[in-house]
Design a protein. Structure first.
Lengths: 336, 565
């Protein structure tokens, strides 16, 4: 890593931060309860649009895990979810009608809020359909993990995106508000992920899973990235670069061991493929507000028409984190 | 009461209070040292909260930064106070605020009463124990460490390197021998007072003030000097990970801690409510009155360290992505790659399955698709049969396949017509068992019904590829178990090499090979090769085939003439 490249990355980080400050002006404050935040609270940041049906379970899941305060950016919802969020006692909400795409898929908005409110806190950045699973999450709260990370001087924690899907047609079982989506979408691909290193940011680039297998069998390079670093001990100088796939400074992307050992890591269960998916894909196609010209949603729409089935004979049924750790999708590292 | 507790406290004062009350309730006098970083108000509240107990006193406060002299100073001051205030105390137990007594205090008191002159302090000479983390062992004593490692790492390293390059060394005062061990000890009054009241103490203090992590060596070294009866182990169960920081206990360790039979454990997570509740309210006799036995706990923590430093062989994932040649096992399990066998034998795959019970795939790296065993379209882990997906990351495909099918031996066919990207990866993998019959790719061509000009072009291409592959397999970097026969050599005596391969795969169903796979009919193969030669394309990988030799697959044994005498 030469001095010029490292300076280049520094400039890039500053650019994203300035952009975040600029984009923060697009946000309109709806409910600000940040005064309640205590100095050691765990914070959660999320952007959402018309995810009303998912929110009750989402909030419940992370409250139980020990998240102290939620930050939402609402992107022009019209299903009442904004009002719902504004009524929650531990949620601060901002809303915007500006372009999701031009805020780099929400990253700028969240970077802006994190810069202002998250300095010195452990921060979890997830979407409403992502559910964090970490080692011992059935017996230990999230704070046990962050305390241990603090004691080990670790600043970022990786959790790969694991696409979950139901058996049978996606629209067979309707999802109701408050229900655990993993009860419906409880299947996943256990061992078809490919990994390569991204030399400029030092992160791993993981692809594969059902989306690669079913939607992109002919163009695997276009399949979405699954590597994520959603849990970070935030500092106001940090910035997410592209979704939560990578950050700057690049040291935060070093969530993997290169000499044979395993670092501790978790999994984000991705409950995207529910009965709501068809409508969502259609809507997102019309808005064209997603990554790379919504190529992902185009491929989905294409495939979903003929055979909306992601399940196959070798799909694995989700049981718990220990199963994921045995399969090698996550690791306890040296946490015991 | 004959045991006094010295407690060093810096965070989670609420938990420290609970534990101090627990010691005190059993009649032990307690002296608490609170780190100077704790602000005045919090400290006063803490002192007030414990003011109802006369047995609990507080010692002069020092700043206890990790790795510095302050911790020893604090321990000295609190111990002196303990010995001065409680004449009846025979043992002093050093504990921290995050220590938790696992067995009823009375059992500890009885245990120590039976061993009145024993000092429990882990203490080993630096030269003989590879405990230390970070490369400083003997140099902890011979160099000077005036700055904090935690706050000023750059200056710390600079000073160490400067002293090294200048060759600066200090000598141990009065010829004492440096010892190290766990910070948490239990010393008898005799030994402890000898250390604290030594006329030479100021000399030792001056020396240790600039030793690195003196809390792990000051008492450990001096106890060796004075004690007549050292048990070199700590009564406090405390495990350290590979970076030298203590492992933390949580609610889910409850049963494990119960079974350990240790007196005190550290470090307990302050929010581990169930642990505090369980152990501070245990009735006498909840655990067996046996010697402490931390073996079970040792195992899970040493496994954790192993996982962090060595990891699971053959696993590539989000938090384990080893650099090439640092994999500590390229793949997860042994597997076999066969080249030329399926071409030479008509029923090789079913035969091998029957003979070994292994899963025998076709050409996994064929250019059109992945040929899994039994014509499956996907395999364990939902690994697809698409050649595009496979070739997107061929090495990843192989390591995934072997990882996903752990516990079942995998065999697959390979050949010069397949994608050659993985050749190096397999060659460098000690788990690979590679068997090659060179030149056997010519057999399907020989049996095909194509134009000879096409055959000639294909043969030239395949021969070139296979020859390159053989160069890889014969290179000094190859770590796989490689066997190479020319085709001519192989068909002379096929049984012996086959037996050898099966023996190495192991788990063979047959002790001796009774049934050989059926070789294809090679009548006319010699002439076919000669035709290629006549066209200017010299096939050499199959060895020497005489033109005339109409190699019969299995030459019929001539019956002996029946002689009538």
């Amino acid at each position: 890593m030469g001095i010029f490249r490292s300076y280049g990355l520094r400039l890039q980080r500053k650019r994203w931060r300035i952009r975040a400050i600029r984009k923060r002006r697009e946000l309109k404050r709806v409910a600000n309860r940040t005064g309640q935040i205590r100095s050691d609270d765990l914070l959660l940041f999320c952007t959402q649009r018309n995810e009303g049906v998912r929110l009750p379970y989402f909030l419940e899941y992370y409250r139980k895990m020990g998240v102290g305060h939620f930050f939402f950016v609402d992107n022009d919802s019209d299903d009442g979810s904004l009002d719902y969020l504004a009524d929650q006692p531990d949620v601060s909400v901002w809303s915007t009608k500006a372009s999701y795409k031009r805020a780099r898929f929400g990253v700028d908005w969240l970077n802006g809020l994190q810069m202002k409110f998250a300095h010195g806190h452990w921060v979890l950045t997830v979407d409403p359909d992502e559910f964090l699973v970490f080692p011992f999450c059935d017996t230990r709260p999230l704070r046990a993990l962050t305390d241990w990370l603090d004691a080990s001087s670790i600043k970022s924690f990786s959790a790969m995106l694991l696409d979950m899907y139901p058996k049978g047609r996606l629209d067979e079982q309707p999802y109701r508000a408050g229900q655990n989506p993993i009860d419906i979408a409880c299947w996943f691909d256990s061992g078809n992920y490919t990994i390569s290193r991204n030399p400029s940011f030092g992160n791993l680039w993981i692809q594969g899973g059902p989306r690669s297998r079913v939607f992109f069998p002919e163009e695997p390079a276009k399949a979405p990235a699954l590597n994520k670093v959603p849990l970070v001990k935030w500092d106001k100088r940090y910035a997410y670069v592209s979704s939560t796939h990578m950050l700057l400074p690049r040291g935060l992307n070093q969530v993997y061991d290169e000499w044979g050992g395993e670092k501790a890591s978790g999994v984000l269960l991705h409950a995207k493929f529910l009965d709501t998916f068809g409508d969502k894909a259609k809507e997102e196609l019309e808005r064209s507000q997603h990554y790379a010209g919504s190529v992902e949603y185009k491929a989905y729409a294409e495939r979903i028409k003929d055979d909306p089935q992601l399940w196959c004979k070798w799909s694995e049924r989700y049981i718990n984190w220990r199963q994921l750790e045995i399969l090698g999708l996550m690791s306890k590292g040296n946490w015991a | 009461m004959n045991v006094g507790i010295v407690m060093l406290v810096h965070t989670a004062l609420g938990r420290a209070e609970q534990v101090a009350r627990h010691w005190s309730a059993a009649g032990c006098p307690v002296v608490i040292h609170v780190d100077k970083v704790v602000d005045r108000k919090t400290y006063d509240n803490f002192v007030n909260a414990l003011s109802d107990l006369a047995h609990i006193t507080f010692s002069k406060r020092y700043r206890c930064e990790w790795g510095t002299w302050g911790i020893v100073q604090a321990t000295q001051a609190a111990s002196e106070q303990m010995l001065a205030q409680n004449a009846q105390v025979r043992h002093v137990y050093l504990a921290s605020g995050s220590c938790l007594p696992l067995r009823p205090v009375q059992e500890l008191l009885d245990y120590l009463a039976e061993r009145p002159q024993t000092d429990f302090i882990e203490s080993a000479t630096t030269s003989e124990v590879p405990w230390t983390v970070g490369g400083l062992d003997e140099e902890r004593f011979t160099l000077r460490f005036p700055v904090s490692w935690k706050r000023n790492r750059y200056l710390f390293d600079l000073l160490v390197n400067t002293q090294r390059s200048l060759g600066l060394r200090r000598k141990m005062p009065n010829g004492i021998v440096a010892h190290m061990g766990s910070q948490w000890w239990c010393l008898s009054r005799r030994t402890l007072s000898a250390i604290l009241q030594d006329p030479e103490r100021s000399t030792y203090d001056r020396f240790f003030r600039q030793v690195w992590i003196p809390d792990e060596s000051y008492f450990q070294t001096l106890a060796r000097h004075y004690s007549s009866n050292i048990e070199s182990r700590s009564l406090t169960l405390s495990k350290f990970d590979f970076q030298g920081k203590p492992h933390i206990f949580y609610d889910d360790h409850l049963q494990l801690l119960r079974r350990s039979d240790c007196f005190v454990a550290r470090k307990i997570w302050p929010y581990a409510d169930r642990l505090y509740e369980a152990f501070l309210t245990d009735a006498a006799g909840a655990m067996k009155k046996t010697e402490p036995n931390p073996g079970k706990i040792d195992r899970i923590f040493s496994k954790a360290v192993e996982r962090r430093t060595r990891g699971r062989s053959g696993l590539y994932m989000q938090s384990r992505f080893p650099n090439e040649d640092w994999e500590n096992g390229v793949t997860a399990a042994p597997y076999s790659m066969f080249q030329g066998f399926a071409e030479l034998f008509e029923n090789f795959e079913p035969w091998l399955t029957a003979a070994t019970g292994a899963r025998v795939h076709g050409h996994l790296f064929a250019t059109d698709k992945v040929y899994y065993a039994d014509g499956q379209t996907a395999i364990n882990g939902a690994l697809s049969d698409s050649a595009v997906l496979r070739d997107y990351n061929g090495r990843g495909f192989l390591t995934n396949l072997i990882w996903n099918t752990r516990g079942e031996r995998q065999c697959f066919q390979f050949g010069p017509a397949d994608n050659q990207d993985i050749c190096w990866r397999v060659a460098k993998d000690p788990n690979a068992q590679i068997s090659v019959i060179t030149g056997a790719w010519a057999v399907p061509l020989f049996r095909s019904n194509r134009d000879f000009a096409d055959i000639r072009a294909i043969a030239a291409n395949l021969q070139k590829k296979e020859s390159e592959h053989m160069d890889i397999l014969r290179s000094p970097y190859t770590k796989a178990r490689v066997r190479i026969w020319t085709m001519a050599e192989f068909i002379e005596a096929p049984m012996e090499p086959l037996q050898g391969i099966l023996d190495e795969i192991g788990r063979t169903k047959l002790s001796r090979l009774s049934e050989a796979p059926k070789m294809v009919d090679l009548a006319g193969f010699g002439q076919f090769l000669q035709n290629l030669k006549n066209q200017g394309m010299h096939p050499y990988l199959m060895g020497d085939f005489p033109v005339e030799r109409g190699v019969a697959a299995t030459p019929k044994a001539q019956r002996k003439p029946y002689l009538v005498q």
